[in-house]
Write a protein that binds this ligand. Structure first.
Ligand code: ADP
Length: 449
């Protein structure tokens, strides 16, 4: 591997460019017309415009991306997260072109992308999954029949979904019938497949996930777990590691089971096994995210490992040294700072960035793509920056995160910074005893839900 094309934009593109550079690899950026002033274009060794601002015609434009790889002679593609990262067809085309796709094989991507098939594999590996439909459901009659086998409340999910889209809690048959039509339509538009499935709904679980890493020589390791229950509309906004509020016994079992699952998928590269942990600490697999995740830095901060660099080394065929990943120290919190207005139904905000002050100092890390004068456009996700703070104890980390957030001062766009400050001061957050209902309840009490 000499030259890597990064099929992405924003902070993750910068993160990959840096890691590649540390390993002495050349980098190729691709960009849409509206992104020509982005830092990833400037920082990569080469850059190619791959289409207009619409993601479908640029960052999701498979022939244009492969064309840029051909022209630049890139021998590897890192897809980042989102966009093409979990698209088995894309991985397959790379494989066919002799391009090293930095991620698992197209076959593994296909299995992980099919939620029902994934649950079957996990059940086979002896790890609990939530009871639910064993096949995808395409029409209402079938759905009614399947739902009859379970007790409400249930959750309706897109079989090939992601990002919480198409997901809906249903409390009775009427809600199920109503929800099916709109969820299935949303799934069809977002994922090209309207197929749905049903699962038992847990009312107050925690979302805990385990970072796994696997090489091409059959070695599997984990980099501990992350707590990601602070979510709005099933989208995470604060993550932390290690996960508070679970026993060490549960922590150990989750980590072991994540490895079991990775093995069952024949997984290679970086991946995340997501679980829901119920109030009695029984837990269930929900999905395998077959890519680097937004929240990976909190695991890096408590282990000192550079996950993207290791992911690149694994793609080059290196063997991983398992013990290196299990040396945990201190605590880390990540706040996703988005260009959106919490006072106005979280409406995405665009404009020209004016930086007044950015935080820094010991244990404070800011992964961001913004600079003074750059325009935030409405065409892509609203993530501006990830503020990642490391401390000796959890309490120390929360205090430090609050100070760092206070110093994150930008103008030109609305951000969710004040929401983060409010959340970190809440009693539930401080005790570490919070579930996926934490943020919704907070917003409801404030009358902004
Ligand atoms: P997606 O792939 O769309 O992100 P996931 O299956 O990963 O969907 O779930 C995303 C979030 O939705 C979880 O973190 C959790 O908050 C909620 N969720 C998913 N399944 C359930 C369930 N069975 N019961 C309660 N909440 C759930």
């Amino acid at each position: 591997m000499d030259k890597i094309l990064i099929a992405n934009r924003g902070e993750i593109a910068l993160r990959i460019i840096e890691a590649a550079r540390e390993l002495g690899l050349s980098t190729v950026a691709v960009y849409s017309e509206v992104d020509k002033n982005q830092l990833h274009v400037e920082l990569a060794d080469e850059a190619y415009c791959i289409g207009p601002r619409e993601a479908e015609e640029s960052y999701l434009n498979l022939p244009a991306i492969i064309g840029a790889a051909d022209i630049s002679n890139a021998d590897a593609i890192h897809p980042g997260y989102g966009f093409m990262s979990e698209n088995p067809h894309f991985a397959e085309v790379c494989e066919g072109h002799g391009i090293n796709f930095i991620g698992p094989s197209s076959r593994t991507l296909e299995l992980a992308g099919n939620k029902i098939k994934s649950k079957e594999i996990v059940r086979g590996a002896g790890v609990p999954v939530l009871p639910g439909s064993q096949e995808t459901v395409d029409d209402k009659d079938e759905l009614k029949k399947v739902a009859g086998e379970f007790r409400y409340p249930l959750i309706l999910k897109a079989a090939y979904g992601g990002g919480g889209r198409g997901m809906r809690i249903v409390r009775d048959e009427e809600e199920l019938m109503e929800g099916f039509t709109s969820s299935s339509k949303e799934a069809e538009v977002s994922f090209g497949e309207g197929a749905m499935y049903l699962e038992r709904y847990l009312s107050q679980p925690k979302h805990v996930e385990v970072q796994v890493i696997a090489d091409e020589h059959g070695n599997y390791g984990h980099v501990g777990e992350r707590e990601c229950s602070t979510q709005r509309r099933h989208q995470k906004i604060i993550e932390e590691a290690p996960a508070p509020g679970i026993s060490d016994e549960t922590r150990k079992r989750l980590r072991e089971d994540a490895i079991k699952i990775a093995r069952a998928f024949g997984y290679t590269s970086l991946g995340t096994v997501e679980f829901l942990v119920d109030e009695d600490e029984s837990y269930y697999f929900i999905e395998l995210n077959a890519r680097i995740q937004v929240e990976h830095p909190v695991s890096e901060e408590i282990t000192g490992v550079n996950l993207v660099k290791d992911q690149l080394k694994i793609a080059e065929g290196e063997e991983l040294v398992r013990d290196r990943y299990e040396d945990f120290r201190g605590h880390a919190i990540e706040c996703r700072i988005n260009a959106e207005d919490p006072e106005n139904d979280f409406l995405p905000s665009s404009g020209e960035i004016k930086i007044h002050q950015f935080p820094g100092g010991n244990g404070v890390r800011l992964d961001t793509w913004v600079y003074n004068g750059i325009r935030v456009s409405p065409y892509y996700d609203s993530l501006l920056a990830k503020l990642i703070v490391r401390g000796e104890t959890r309490y120390d980390t929360i205090t430090k995160t609050i100070s760092a957030l206070r110093r994150f001062e930008i103008g030109g766009v609305r951000t969710n910074r004040s929401l983060h400050l409010d959340l970190l001061r809440q009693k539930e957050f401080r005790t570490g005893d919070y579930s996926i209902t934490f943020l919704d309840q907070f917003l409801e009490e404030r009358g902004v839900a």
